[in-house]
Design a protein around this ligand. Structure first.
Ligand code: CMP
Length: 120
């Protein structure tokens, strides 16, 4: 079964949306293979988002990701990588379709509730 890596970000944590997002993940048929609450260090966030290092939003993104707890998960299911990204919706919650997690729980393009890997 395909596996993907997902994060519930600090904005969703602060707004008490963790339970709603986990309930949605289960309702959509994903298996939660692993789940851990953690707080990223600056170094970990920089490493995780290294691909965005040259982008103008990089410093703010790192600061935001370290600003509070996250929930990191491994989800599995058929086509889990694409299905999780579809369920999250567009990066910018303002452009995310109604009913998607970012559409319902995101605030703005940075504080967008969840992350999903784009590759195994
Ligand atoms: P994510 O899917 O975790 O991948 C990179 C993250 O960078 C993205 O979600 C947003 O949180 C953030 N991001 C992407 N584009 C922008 C942008 N234009 N301005 C601010 N943050 C952004």
């Amino acid at each position: 079964m395909e596996k993907t890596f997902a994060i519930i970000k600090p904005d969703a944590f602060e707004r008490h949306r963790v339970g709603a997002i986990l309930a949605r993940i289960e309702a959509e048929g994903f298996e939660i293979v692993a789940l851990r609450q953690l707080r990223l260090s600056e170094r970990e966030a920089e490493g995780f988002y290294a691909v965005h290092r040259e982008r103008p939003f990089f410093r703010d993104l790192v600061r935001f990701m370290c600003s509070g707890p996250c929930v990191a998960m491994i989800l599995s299911g058929p086509g889990a990588i694409a299905r999780w990204r579809e369920l999250m919706g567009a990066t910018d919650p303002a452009k995310a379709a109604p009913g998607t997690i970012r559409g319902e729980h995101g605030t703005d393009i940075e504080r967008n509730a969840t992350h999903g890997s784009d590759a195994p």
